[in-house]
Design a binder for this molecule. Structure first.
Ligand code: AOF
Ligand code: ZN
Length: 323
């Protein structure tokens, strides 16, 4: 459901929920998504857009409507007050305080059911649900590699393995994350800004937190762009994820380098992989990781393919951790 996807990057620690209200005839009457923390939930936005048309209609929501008064009132009660006939949702709310909406709706005589996310449609709640389950942010490892698996050529050049379309996709994706993590080595070598930009260089509306992980001091030794824009620095992946979760981050992106990627993978923190495949062959160069994480193929864990996106001459292949 794309309504929720539009809210990604702006709702944490709350989930990016999407809601659609259909009128009694089954026509779309209102669409909404979660507003930034403290603002209305998705259902309230969709109900406002639908107005009187909600009466006798159906609500389709990606998350079970909440049943609590937190920073905002209970969505279940708002749906009851709008005289909807039925409510369907994709995921039960895993938080004990907010759960119970389905039971409250059913007790008020509303038909309540669950739906499966349609195949091929982005489920914007996966990172948030994973984070709630694990008690740490959902972690995506992103890298760009040549067709034969190298992230940089022999002379160290890595700009640009992929073309303009793939690079634009990276910036759209950055704007939907709570934080971007890089290792100290990359911070010093690349002097990155880690901002989410439009192709003309202008900043996008939402900027993720910039996070450097590692024991080296980067502030005094370069990384001028990060120093200018501001960044957080944590000594270890464990510390970074704990601090990020405690301060509200639920969906973070690891952009390298190989050292941080290898540590995060070995610690079991990688939930999702984004492999950008550029239309180039190098033969030799830098690998995605610093060393073997498996010595023989039979022991290597397999990942579940999630999607393949064509971006000009390049591909973005996404894999999810199994189990
Ligand atoms: C919904 N619809 O769009 C969202 C929900 O502090 P509050 O009042 O904003 O409540 C946050 C909790 O509500 C959050 O932890 C999650 O359980 C639920 N989020 N619920 O019905 C929404 N974003
Ligand atoms: Zn709610």
């Amino acid at each position: 459901m794309s309504a929720g996807a539009q809210a990604r990057g702006t709702t944490s620690p709350n989930p990016p929920v999407g809601a659609v209200i259909l009128d009694a005839a089954g026509e779309i009457a209102g669409v909404g998504h979660t507003q930034p923390p403290g603002g209305p939930h998705a259902e309230i936005m969709a109900l406002k857009a639908a107005g009187e048309k909600a009466r006798g209609g159906t609500a389709v929501v990606t998350l079970e409507p909440c049943n609590h008064t937190g920073r905002t009132g209970p969505c279940a009660q708002a749906l009851i007050d709008s005289s909807l006939a039925s409510v369907y949702f994709l995921h039960p709310d895993p938080t004990p305080q907010a759960a119970g909406g389905a039971a409250a709706l059913a007790a008020a005589g509303i038909t309540v059911g669950t739906l499966e996310a349609p195949v091929g449609v982005e489920d914007a709640l996966i990172p948030w649900l994973t984070a709630m389950d694990l008690g740490r942010p959902h972690v995506t490892l992103k890298f760009a590699q040549s067709l034969d698996g190298f992230t940089a050529a022999v002379d160290g050049t890595s700009q640009w393995i992929t073309g303009a379309q793939a690079r634009e996709h990276v910036h759209i994706d950055r704007a939907r994350r709570d934080a971007i993590l890089i290792g100290t080595g990359t911070a010093l070598a690349d002097n990155p800004s880690l901002t989410a930009r439009y192709p003309d260089g202008e900043l996008r509306d939402h900027q993720p937190r910039r996070v450097v992980v590692g024991s080296r001091d980067v502030a005094k030794h370069g990384a001028q762009n990060l120093a200018r824009l501001g960044f957080e620095h944590y000594a270890t992946p464990e510390q970074a994820l704990a601090e990020l979760y405690a301060s509200g981050a639920r969906d973070v992106l690891v952009e390298g380098g190989a050292g941080l990627a290898t540590s995060m993978l070995e610690l079991g923190y990688i939930d999702w992989i984004q492999a950008y495949l550029g239309n180039v062959i190098l033969g030799e160069g830098t690998g995605v990781l610093t060393h073997a994480v498996t010595t023989t193929l039979a022991d290597a864990p397999r990942w579940r393919r999630h999607s393949v996106i064509e971006l000009g001459d390049d591909l973005l292949v996404e894999y999810q951790r199994k189990g």
